[in-house]
Structure formats: structure tokens, C-alpha cells
Design a protein around this ligand. Structure first.
Ligand code: NAP
Length: 175
């Protein structure tokens, strides 16, 4: 899978769309030549994607966004759903800052799972693929073993409605 990493080189990049359009045309060629299996975007919000959809021959297949409990970018998610573009979650554990969150710990104890498993299962139940990162073999194993329990609808709602937390501070339109 090959992605455009950010829509802009900096927040006030006036030429951003022309650059994205050129990149996308080359990525379409790579896809058509069979050199990559999927092409997509990362950190693109609806207002970055809309102009691309007007000019692209091949629609983006994926948009990799910062998505985790406490930062779910719901407006972007509903736009992606409407357009048939798959969201993928970067920093699904909030760069480990969410691991010791009190609400997460309390709910993980209820489900008798680790805090990381709860965070990953939440995204999985929202239909969002996750890419957690770990240097540790044990934690890598933990991070693919989260399908042996199900979070109730009420707890999914609870986790979806928490106040914002553990945002990375990275945003394509702001310095
Ligand atoms: N597209 C983009 O703009 C973008 C931006 C940021 C990140 N990403 C990608 O997203 C992926 C993950 O993001 P990330 O590394 O920022 O955040 P993350 O996966 O949410 O968090 C990684 C941190 O969590 C710890 N961790 C991992 N598994 C754990 C577990 N089971 N229990 C406790 N701690 C655990 C890791 O420490 P240990 O290593 O010590 O386990 C590391 O400190 C990476 O592949 C990264 O390249 C993409």
C-alpha cells in the first residue's frame, strides 16, 4: 500500500493541491502498472479529499488518520464512510499515553483484558484497521490478540463520547 503522507508540506502551503494532484497521477500509474496493490492518503481531511475526488481517475482506497479513544475525528470518519474510503488508525494507543488512562484501565478490568487490547478492540469494532507499533515481541503478540472479547454497545458509546485526550498535536492545517 502506497500513501501520500500529508496533504500539505506546511500549514500555509498555497500550492498544496497542485502537488497532491501530481503525486496522485504518478501513484495512479504505479497502481495501473501493478507495482503497488493499493493507493491512498494519510492525514487528509474531507476538504483535502473533495478536490482530489473531482480530478482522480482512481479513487483513494485508504485514508490513514490519527484515530484512537479520545480523538476519533467523527466528521472525517462519516465522510470517508460516505465516499467508500477505508480509514486506518495511526497511533491507535495514543503513542502509549492512553495506556494508563483511568477510564481505559477501569473498563479493561471489567473485560479482563489489557488496556492495549481494549483500545485496539474498540477501533476494530468500529471497523477501523489498526497499526500499533511496538519494539517488544510480547507487546506485538498482545497487539494482535484482541478478538476474544466484545465491548458492549453501551461501553462503545461511552468510549466514543469521552472528552478529547492524548491528541498528538499534529494537524495538516495548523503549525
Ligand atoms: N501516517 C502518519 O502520519 C503517522 C503518524 C504517526 C504514526 N504513524 C504510524 O502509526 C504506527 C503506530 O503509531 P505510534 O507508534 O505513533 O503510536 P502507538 O502505536 O499508538 O503507540 C506506540 C507506543 O505504545 C507502546 N506500546 C505498544 N504496544 C503496547 C502494549 N501492548 N502495551 C503497552 N504499550 C505498548 C510502544 O512502546 P514499545 O515499543 O516499548 O512497546 C510505543 O511507545 C507506526 O507504524 C507509525 O509509523 C503514522
Amino acid at each position: 500500500m502506497y500513501l501520500v503522507h500529508w496533504p500539505k508540506s506546511c500549514a500555509d502551503d498555497k500550492e498544496w493541491f497542485e502537488k497532491v494532484k501530481q503525486s496522485w497521477e504518478l501513484m495512479e500509474e504505479l497502481y495501473e502498472q501493478g507495482r503497488v496493490k493499493a493507493i491512498g492518503l494519510s492525514n487528509f481531511l474531507p476538504h483535502h479529499i473533495k478536490p482530489l475526488l473531482e480530478t482522480a481517475r482512481i479513487r483513494p482506497m485508504v485514508d490513514q488518520l490519527e484515530l484512537h479513544v479520545g480523538y476519533m475525528q467523527e466528521y472525517a470518519l462519516s465522510f470517508l464512510k460516505k465516499e467508500g474510503i477505508l480509514p486506518q488508525a495511526w497511533s491507535p494507543l495514543g503513542r502509549a499515553k492512553l495506556i494508563n488512562d483511568k477510564t481505559v484501565s477501569k473498563m479493561a478490568a471489567k473485560y479482563k483484558c489489557t488496556n492495549a487490547a481494549l483500545l485496539l478492540r474498540y477501533l476494530n469494532q468500529r471497523g477501523i484497521p489498526v497499526i500499533p507499533k511496538s519494539k517488544s515481541k510480547e507487546r506485538m503478540k498482545e497487539n494482535i490478540d484482541f478478538l476474544n472479547f466484545r465491548i458492549s454497545d453501551d461501553d462503545m458509546s461511552y468510549l466514543s463520547c469521552l472528552p478529547e485526550r492524548c491528541w498528538s498535536g499534529e494537524h495538516p492545517d495548523e503549525e
